[in-house]
Design a protein around this ligand. Structure first.
Ligand SMILES: [Zn+2]
Length: 318
């Protein structure tokens, strides 16, 4: 049974595979607690729970919260949200960087200034098997990232640690990839070389691409594709995102697609008003309200939608 913030559940149901509850900047909040985006756990948890309850009313049962270290993961706050909503929240472990590792990891481990064992995979395994930060909340998925810089030494070290933790625990892997440079292929090559079954891997942000040849190459490798930034229209507009999903469904790939917005209930790195003006569709209800009706209008069947929202997430966590 898949782990969630409230504990294991029998069924994940309708699942958005890439969202975030909170993105926080702890060192900023420690030192400038009076920033306008200031952090009040109870108030922010209440607002987040209300957003998730609206999502539940729209028919979504589960979100996968891919917030890991580097994005401001703070599980005690997410647990407070989970206590106040019926939506299941799946927690993740891993590390988010496009290049260097945080100094805590960069200065230790094999080949570093101070040497010694690499703690990355040890910490990831602990999050998956014992729980995160003393909360008892277990992560159920691993996250790693590479972007426009490609597979830097720091990114590769995270990928290796994620692969080790995956092989030890069986937890699936979800990536942040850079579609313009076809970065998912490099991620697949590295993970496969480390012994990872690419059928347990979601290549995230694949939906930023409209290059069907690239996307089918990723699918041929065996991975799932994250069509997971619906609403971030400045990277790729609504029309392109839905047309790409519809085309991949028409070519028989609904069994390899998962959906999401990559949205945040609260992120102190965004000015909410500016985001709302620039990206009016960047919110948790966009898929339910706008994307699914548009896909149906383009010939995507109920069965294919069920595969993307229910069957594929179940298999990924299976
Ligand atoms: Zn994300």
């Amino acid at each position: 049974m898949p782990e969630t913030v409230r504990g294991p559940v029998a069924e994940l149901g309708v699942t958005l595979m890439h969202e975030h509850v909170f993105g926080l900047s702890p060192e900023i909040l420690w030192n400038w607690p009076d920033i306008p985006e200031g952090w009040d756990l109870e108030a922010r948890a209440g607002q987040a729970a209300a957003k998730l309850e609206a999502l539940r009313a729209a028919g979504v049962d589960t979100i996968v919260d891919l917030t890991v270290v580097g994005l401001g993961r703070y599980v005690p706050a997410v647990r407070r949200v989970a206590e106040r909503t019926g939506v299941n929240i799946v927690a993740a472990t891993g590390l988010y960087t496009y290049d260097a590792l945080p100094p805590y990891f960069a200065n230790r481990g094999p080949g570093t200034l101070f040497g010694g064992p690499d703690r990355l995979s040890e910490f990831f395994v602990r999050d998956l098997t014992e729980g995160i930060g003393g909360t008892g909340v277990k992560a159920a998925i691993l996250k790693c990232a590479s972007d426009h810089l490609g597979m830097t030494a720091g990114c590769a070290r995270v990928f290796r640690a994620v692969a080790e933790a995956h092989l030890e625990t069986g937890a699936p892997i979800s990536t942040h990839s850079h579609s313009p440079s076809r970065g998912g292929l490099e991620q697949q090559r590295l993970l496969a070389s480390l012994g990872v079954d690419l059928g347990r891997v979601v290549i995230g942000h694949a939906g930023d691409s409209t290059d069907l040849a690239y996307l089918e190459e990723l699918i041929a490798g065996g991975s799932y594709l994250g069509m997971d930034r619906f609403g971030i229209d400045t990277i790729s507009p609504f029309e392109d995102r839905v047309a790409t999903v519809a085309a991949l469904c028409a070519r028989g790939h609904a069994g390899r697609l998962v959906l999401g917005h990559d949205s945040y209930c609260f992120n102190d790195r965004f000015d909410e008003d500016v985001v709302r003006r620039r990206h009016p569709n960047y919110h948790l209800l966009h898929i339910s309200r706008d994307v699914l009706p548009e896909l149906r209008g383009r010939g995507v069947t109920e069965d294919q939608i069920h595969q993307m929202l229910v069957d594929n997430p179940r298999r990924i966590f299976g």
